[in-house]
Design a protein around this ligand. Structure first.
Ligand code: AP5
Length: 193
C-alpha cells in the first residue's frame, strides 16, 4: 500500500492533479473538500454545520473532518493506496491520520507540496469562480482561506518534514508540467497501474 498527501494552499492544483494521479496510479482519492461539499448540498446536519465555516473561509472543526476520513478509509479496504487531498490541514488532523493508518499497519509514505505564488492562486480561483458554483470562490473569502492556510495548515508540512517525507514541487507551470514532476516522485515508490 502507498499513501500520499497532496499538499498546498487553496488553488494550488490539488484537485486537478489528484485526478491525474488517480488515472495513472490507481490510488483511492479522498478529498475532504469534496466530501464536505457533498454534505452541504444534501443539507445533512453535518453539512449545515460545516457550511458556516466554509462560507467564511475557515477550517471545519477537526473532529468533524477526522470522523469523515475514518469512515472513508474503511470503505475501501483493498485500495492500492490513498491520495489525501485537502487533508490533513492541522497538526491534530495529521496525528489522527497517522494513528488511523497505523491501526491498518500502514503509514503516510510521501507528502508532495505544491509551490505556487500567491498572486497565481488568487488568479486561478477568481478565474474558476464563474463556473465552480463554489460559495467560497470570491475575493474576500479567498483571502481568508489563504490566511487560514498559513496560520493552521502550513505547519503540517513541517510535521511530516521531521520524518523526511516531504518533497516540494514547482506548481506554477502548466498542468502537464506539474504532473510530470509529481509522477517522477511517485514512481520512486509505485509504478503506474
Ligand atoms: P477544499 O475543497 O480542500 O479547497 P482548497 O484547499 O481551498 O482548494 P481548492 O479546491 O480551491 O484548490 P485546489 O488546490 O484543489 O486547486 P484546483 O485543482 O481546484 O476546501 C474547501 C473548504 O472546505 C475549506 O476552506 C474548509 O472550510 C473546508 N475543509 C476542507 N478540508 C478540510 C479539512 N481537512 N479540515 C477542515 N476544513 C476543511 O485548481 C484551482 C483552479 O486552478 C482550477 O480552476 C484549475 O483548473 C486551475 N489550475 C490548476 N492547476 C493549474 C495550472 N497548473 N495552471 C493553470 N491553472 C491551473
Amino acid at each position: 500500500m502507498f499513501n500520499l498527501i497532496l499538499f498546498g494552499p487553496p488553488g494550488s492544483g490539488k484537485g486537478t492533479q489528484s485526478s491525474n494521479i488517480v488515472s495513472t496510479f490507481q490510488l483511492q482519492h479522498i478529498s475532504t473538500g469534496d466530501l464536505l461539499r457533498d454534505e452541504v448540498s444534501r443539507q445533512t446536519p453535518l453539512g449545515v454545520e460545516a457550511r458556516k465555516y466554509m462560507d467564511q473561509g475557515l477550517l471545519v472543526p477537526d473532529e468533524v473532518v477526522i470522523g469523515m476520513i475514518s469512515s472513508k478509509i474503511d470503505e475501501t479496504p483493498n485500495a492500492r493506496g490513498f491520495i489525501f487531498d485537502g487533508f490533513p490541514r492541522t497538526k491534530a488532523q495529521a496525528e489522527a491520520l497517522d494513528k488511523l493508518l497505523e491501526f491498518k499497519n500502514t503509514q503516510i509514505h510521501l507528502l508532495l507540496s505544491l509551490q505556487v505564488p500567491e498572486e497565481e492562486l488568487t488568479r486561478r480561483m477568481l478565474g474558476r469562480a464563474a463556473t465552480s458554483g463554489r460559495s467560497d470562490d470570491n475575493e474576500e473569502v479567498i483571502t481568508k482561506r489563504i490566511k487560514e492556510y498559513h496560520a493552521k495548515t502550513a505547519p503540517v508540512e513541517n510535521y511530516y518534514d521531521q520524518f523526511g517525507k516531504v518533497e516540494r514541487i514547482k506548481g506554477d507551470g502548466t498542468i502537464d508540467d506539474t504532473f510530470k514532476l509529481l509522477g517522477k516522485e511517485i514512481e520512486k515508490y509505485l509504478l503506474p497501474a
